[in-house]
Design a protein around this ligand. Structure first.
Ligand code: 5AD
Ligand code: FES
Length: 349
């Protein structure tokens, strides 16, 4: 099995059969070697740097009904909120003081945040913080909307594809959602010049190794600058309440594989990974991750951005998360980089 890891390290690619064996093996030596090579690769391009992204969760309203998600429209128990522009600017101010040079505005697909509302907010952040990157994660919107938001100053966009297999996508989403549209959004964002992040959940209900391989192949086709993966974690008020969650082992395995397939990619150690294991994010960092996304949202709304059960960091102030993460990053042997942390692009798309 270690020869498959060596081949992935040397060539950045594997056949479907090899990927399947590597994803499914319980060979400890292969897992160790994968971790070693993933860390070597991240150090080659990014040294020990870990980039911080200040996450501002702007709304928990959502028009969508993804079966796995705690803020899905059908969850009548969800306590909804949306931040005002003043709230959002206050988060940025706080984040800037804490050294963040990327702000991520993330939310459910809340129709309140129309172009008329969001564009002046983006422009104002752009004007106030010329040295910061603005990342959006607001779901599926029109090409025109993506274009206007880019022109207003947004730099990056996170939109997980969730499942590249039509069959799995259907099982995780209601009939009115479409994988085709999701993919079109991602290609549009890339064409518009955004740095794009795609990704999927690990261990989602019904997910097989073949589905995961389809995700990896889709990522090879899209070539995103960022890839977000984290374990599926059940939420008690969704139809998947009683399903099993994704495991630490499989998530780490895939993080290592992603680092070797996409050597320069920006790869976050996600909050979901930190939720299923106390040292999950540190282990992620040691397996190729180079990004963490501390929460900047006002503490009064944190528990309401409730995508899955037991989410960490919901009681802490931004400064506490910042300090906590700095300690964690350093304890894992890495350093906090107070910079934008753009994709290193010597091979423009
Ligand atoms: N478990 C883990 N991740 C989830 N997400 C949504 N619901 C869950 C869940 N129950 C992820 C989705 C989405 C991102 C913002 O959070 O992949 O794209
Ligand atoms: Fe938020 Fe540790 S990162 S409390």
């Amino acid at each position: 099995m270690t020869e498959i890891v060596a081949k992935l390290y040397d060539t950045g690619s594997l056949s479907d059969e090899e990927l399947k064996r590597l994803i499914e093996t319980d060979d400890k030596a292969a897992a160790e070697l994968l971790k070693k090579y993933a860390d070597e690769t991240r150090r080659k391009y990014y040294g020990t740097k870990v980039f911080l992204r200040g996450l501002i969760e702007i709304s928990s309203y959502c028009r969508n009904d993804c079966i796995y998600c705690g803020i899905r429209r059908s969850n009548k128990d969800a306590d909804r909120y949306r931040l005002s522009r003043e709230d959002i600017f206050a988060c940025c101010e706080n984040g800037y003081e804490l050294g963040f040079r990327t702000f991520v505005m993330q939310g459910g697909e809340d129709m309140y945040f129309s172009d008329e509302i969001i564009i002046p907010i983006i422009s104002e952040i752009r004007e106030k913080y010329p040295d910061c990157a603005i990342t959006l994660s607001l779901g599926e919107r029109s090409y025109e909307s993506y274009k206007r938001m880019k022109e207003a100053g947004a730099d990056r966009y996170l939109l997980r594809h969730e499942a590249a297999s039509e069959e799995l996508y259907r099982k995780l989403h209601p009939a009115e959602m479409s994988l085709k549209n999701r993919k079109e959004c991602l290609f549009a964002l890339r064409e518009l010049g955004y740095q794009v992040g795609a990704g999927f959940m690990v261990g989602a209900p019904y997910q097989t190794t073949d589905h995961i391989i389809a995700d990896l192949r889709f990522l090879q086709e899209l070539r995103p600058q960022m890839i977000g993966i984290g374990p599926f974690v059940p939420h008690h008020s969704t139809p998947f309440a009683d399903e099993k969650g994704g495991t630490l082992e499989l998530t780490l395995r895939l993080l290592g594989i992603l680092r070797l397939m996409f050597p320069k990619v920006l790869l976050p150690a996600t909050t979901a990974l930190g939720t299923i294991a106390p040292n999950g994010r540190e282990l992620g960092l040691m397996t190729g991750c180079n990004v963490v996304m501390p929460n900047l949202s006002p503490v009064r709304v944190r528990k309401k951005y409730d995508l899955y059960d037991n989410k960490i960091c919901t009681g802490e102030e931004a400064a506490e998360c910042r300090g906590c993460l700095q300690r964690r990053i350093e304890s894992a042997g890495y350093t906090v980089a107070n910079e934008r942390g753009d994709y290193i692009n010597d091979n423009p798309i």
